[in-house]
Design a binder for this molecule. Structure first.
Ligand code: SAH
Length: 324
């Protein structure tokens, strides 16, 4: 990191980097506010070390208060992040782990854009710091652009810094398509109580492979077994995300198949109203309620996710950094 290099060159004491981070995590807007750092050093950092690895290109606020920021990395890759406000006071950040995504889920706008590259830990944390400078935040989900399990080391390094911003690990969730190599490491190695979410979207391999090409490589049974291992080891339930596509995965039999596939002690289902990205029609409200009813009867915990920020294309699956 540039900051660390500069501090070393100046033979600054080892605690300096920690001081700078502590200020940044509290939401200051620049080095000048870091009052326990010598003035001369502050001045030098201001000129030589950019305060963020991301440049803000545009920001929009939705009618429901959701904010979306579009950033650029130093090498011009687009990155988007979203802050959602809920009525109960919760403020939840949706972070990106990659610019674009190499997986091509058919319902997701990010999957249709060009894949750029993995983001660095600083580029992930700088998304969060951007919003932290304006307000306090208490939850974070890795549900923005990209597949976190393809960039696990950086995602974890960033996640480990989030408590300093006020976001505990229990309130941090990593969402995956079920990329097994990363998921296995996550289950084996991550001791922090970070939560896991699985994007499932279909109860059979046949349908899942149509919706998510990654399923051909890492089929359902293997992915679910890994989630069950997470539960057995960590004793934390796994969230299942299921985007409701009209006439595609929202039928009665499919709800029944889902209910028999998932162990209610291990999984909690989040039904997600589809946000239009061009290809499908969202399920009707009635279809979503009927689907949930089948899960309720099977005593499989299920909720319908609130849609936030649709009018500024900040909702799930809409992050594609289109210039509009
Ligand atoms: N790659 C990871 C992290 C991104 S999460 C993953 O897929 O889990 C993005 C979430 O939004 C996923 O659950 C995804 O299935 C959901 N999503 C994608 N496109 C959507 C759309 N058009 N409408 C609603 N949800 C969508």
């Amino acid at each position: 990191m540039l900051l660390q290099r500069r501090l070393n060159e100046r033979r600054e004491p080892a605690y300096r980097a920690g001081q700078v981070w502590a200020w940044a995590a509290r939401g200051v807007t620049g080095y000048s506010e870091m009052t326990n750092i010598p003035g001369e050093l502050r001045g030098e950092l201001e000129h030589e070390v950019p305060f963020s690895t991301l440049e803000l290109e545009r920001e929009a606020t939705a009618r429901d208060g959701t904010r979306k920021a579009l950033f650029r990395t130093h090498d011009a890759h687009p990155v988007e992040a979203v802050l959602m406000h809920y009525r109960d006071g919760r403020r939840s950040l949706c972070l990106s782990s990659q610019s674009g995504c190499p997986l091509t889920c058919t319902f997701c706008a990010t999957g249709q854009m060009r894949f750029g590259r993995n983001l660095t830990p600083s580029e992930i944390l700088d998304q969060a710091l951007h919003f932290r400078r304006a307000e306090s935040i208490d939850h974070a989900v890795f549900m923005g652009m990209g597949e976190p399990m393809l960039n696990l080391d950086s995602v974890l390094e960033a996640a480990r810094g989030l408590p300093d911003l006020g976001i505990t690990w229990r309130r941090t969730t990593i969402s995956t398509v079920g990329w097994l190599p990363g998921l296995r490491r996550f289950v084996d190695e991550v001791e922090e109580p970070i939560r896991l979410a699985l994007s499932l979207h279909a109860p059979t391999d046949e349908l899942r492979s149509q919706l998510m090409p990654v399923n051909a490589r890492y089929p359902l049974a293997d992915v679910l077994a890994e989630c069950e291992r997470y539960f057995a080891l960590r004793r934390r339930q796994v969230f299942v995300e299921y985007v409701m596509l009209g006439g595609v995965n929202d039928r009665f039999e499919q709800a029944q198949a889902l209910a028999s596939l998932l162990d209610p002690r291990v999984f909690k289902v989040n039904l997600i109203p589809y946000n239009p990205t061009g290809f499908y029609k969202g399920s009707t409200r009635k279809a979503i309620a009927a689907f949930k009813d089948v899960l309720d009867r099977a005593r499989l915990p299920a909720t319908v996710r609130l849609t936030r920020g649709r009018d500024i294309e900040a909702a799930c699956g809409q992050l594609a950094a289109l210039s509009r």
